[in-house]
Design a protein around this ligand. Structure first.
Ligand SMILES: Nc1ncnc2c1ncn2[C@@H]1O[C@H](COP(=O)(O)OP(=O)(O)OP(=O)(O)O)[C@@H](O)[C@H]1O
Ligand SMILES: [Mg+2]
Length: 271
């Protein structure tokens, strides 16, 4: 089988724990070829985001057009976009090239608590990108913002939220919500996956570590890399979650930085 090519459209985190660098590692670990379109540069480490420099929207669009004109892209993962104009540029680019699988991670806030999306841009994310996505992977606060309400804080509320988000997505074709429960205040790390028909619980033990920088980026990128290889979305999501859980379990081996360090993307190779 041809090795799938997967593009991440996201920001750069110089500490390598999140953003494009984490995405490239996660995609590569799933045996896919990684490409990257950069939407923003950040001055960031494992402790905080000190600065953000947006890439001009027209240049984001140019990166997409030039890449897709040459490389057959099997899946795209969307991460940090920063603001409305870049969201619109990415939406137009993906509408034109229409890759088979689009995983939208609606990134709004970094693990450090710093904002990664302009306050007025959540509406554009919802209106321009939700209809294009095959899978969206919000965390609990992001799900609250997308539905213009508060974040769910129990498994019961998570079920309702996942269903309501699914209703906001396009109806044609296979569309899924993967609602991540990492922010639940207690218990296992439980994510919910729904296509509006089935509701599947993806649970893993909560690993006791501070090194969880980029867990969301890693999960959505692994999923984007697996979708072209595993036709069943629930099976691809199970494998992505299993990969992420092992990467978190091995994170303390890396011990990078003084804050929330990265997960170990190559845990299976570096034994
Ligand atoms: N301590 C942990 N142990 C195991 N799994 C975890 C832990 N924390 C988060 N997860 C899992 O990691 C994934 C990302 O979840 P989370 O809800 O933290 O996303 P996020 O807030 O978008 O992450 P990020 O801040 O990296 O963008 C989910 O699958 C979640 O269940
Ligand atoms: Mg996230």
């Amino acid at each position: 089988m041809r090795v799938p090519s997967v593009v991440t459209i996201a920001g750069v985190d110089p500490s390598g724990g999140a953003g494009v660098l984490a995405d490239v590692k996660a995609i590569s670990a799933q045996r896919a070829y990684a490409c990257a379109v950069v939407t923003a540069l950040t001055a960031q480490n494992t402790q905080a985001v000190a600065g953000i420099q947006a890439v001009p929207p027209a240049f984001v669009r140019e990166q997409i057009d030039v890449l897709f004109a040459d490389v057959v892209i099997d899946a795209a993962k969307i991460g940090m976009l920063g603001g409305r104009a870049v969201i619109e540029a990415v939406a137009l680019g993906l509408q034109r090239w229409a890759p088979c699988h689009i995983v939208l991670d609606p990134v709004m806030v970094a693990k450090s608590g710093d904002a990664l999306l302009a306050r007025d841009a959540a509406g554009a994310l919802r209106d321009a990108l939700l209809p294009l996505a095959t899978v969206i992977t919000p965390n609990l606060p992001e799900a609250g913002v997308l539905l213009e309400g508060r974040a769910p804080d129990s498994l019961r509320e998570m079920r309702q939220t996942a269903e309501r988000l699914r209703e906001r997505m396009a109806h044609a074709g296979q569309r899924w919500v993967l609602l991540k429960g990492g922010h639940l205040p207690y218990g296992d790390a439980i994510d919910l996956l729904t296509d509006g028909d089935k509701m599947i619980e993806l649970a893993s033990p909560r690993v006791a570590t501070k090194n969880t920088h980029g867990t969301g980026c890693t999960l959505s990128s692994a999923l984007a890399a697996l979708l072209p290889q595993v036709s069943d979305v629930p099976e691809a999501a199970r494998r992505a979650k299993a990969y992420l859980t092992k990467a978190i379990e091995s994170a303390d081996l890396l011990n990078v930085g003084k804050g929330h360090g990265p997960v170990h993307h190559f845990h299976a190779m570096w034994r």
